[in-house]
Design a protein around this ligand. Structure first.
Ligand SMILES: Nc1ncnc2c1ncn2[C@@H]1O[C@H](COP(=O)(O)OP(=O)(O)OP(=O)(O)O)[C@@H](O)[C@H]1O
Ligand SMILES: [Mg+2]
Length: 223
């Protein structure tokens, strides 16, 4: 069975995506609507990319959205858009770790929006964003494609804390050897090195009994 998304549902899904702060091109929004339908109804969504494009263009012509600064095909909230919500000091959601749902772009833009709204400097936003993408990529790559919990906050001491929780895909040693993870010449653990450089603290715990990986990192922000 597949779930057919009506125009009304489609517009309401796009509106709530925009309120969460994500930004992307038409195909990102299509992927995220499909992800939301999969999360809610455990079903594949049937939807028209043309309808998504039309609604985004309509919002742009009404002044709610603007084109991305670096990629004009991307849609971002206009500074006075009705989709901005009150600034929150924490955010929590879950994504599905399947690359066809465009989870990296989702987390990147939602996180950058959160940091910008909390007046974090552009330099710190870049560092946090790069490091977080390494962690999300791992959660998708080593996860079983199901839910990845994402949670982050900024406390009064200006410490940014992020945690991710994913289920671990069945370990395939042969596969790892083939792609060179254990070869002596390949550079290993580049992701963890990047994270250690850009975060103040990094911790990855493998919860063997639950077959889950729990990632936590912090960064002291400039005061
Ligand atoms: N979310 C996770 N779930 C399960 N295992 C993980 C997770 N994150 C990291 N790991 C384990 O820790 C190892 C180190 O991760 P790291 O990102 O440094 O390297 P990599 O992903 O193997 O390669 P690279 O990031 O350089 O492409 C991984 O190979 C994997 O075995
Ligand atoms: Mg990695």
């Amino acid at each position: 069975m597949a779930f057919s998304v009506s125009t009304r549902e489609l517009e309401s899904e796009i509106s709530s995506l925009l309120q969460s702060g994500v930004a992307g091109n038409i195909s990102d929004f299509v992927s995220w609507i499909r992800m939301e339908i999969q999360k809610k109804f455990k079903d594949e969504a049937l939807l028209s990319e043309k309808d998504v494009a039309n609604f985004l263009e309509k919002l742009k012509s009404e002044g709610e959205l603007v084109s991305g600064q670096f990629d004009a095909r991307e849609y971002f909230l206009a500074s006075n858009s009705k989709f901005h919500k009150k600034v929150q000091s924490s955010d929590r959601f879950f994504i599905l770790g399947r690359l066809d749902f465009s989870p990296l772009q989702y987390v990147k833009t939602r996180l950058e929006y959160f940091l910008r709204r909390n007046s974090v400097s552009e330099d710190e936003i870049i560092d946090i964003s790069i490091a977080t993408l390494e962690a999300v990529e791992n959660a998708a790559k080593y996860g079983d494609g199901t839910s990845v919990e994402v949670e982050y906050s900024i406390d009064r001491a200006k410490v940014f804390t992020i945690s991710l929780l994913n289920n671990i895909k069945d370990f395939d040693l042969e596969d790892d050897i083939k792609r060179g993870k254990f070869s002596s010449t390949a550079t290993l653990m580049r992701g963890m090195m990047v994270m250690q450089k850009l975060f103040t603290s990094v911790d990855l715990e493998i919860l063997d009994d639950k077959k889950q990986a729990s990632f936590k990192a912090t960064k002291q922000l400039a005061k």
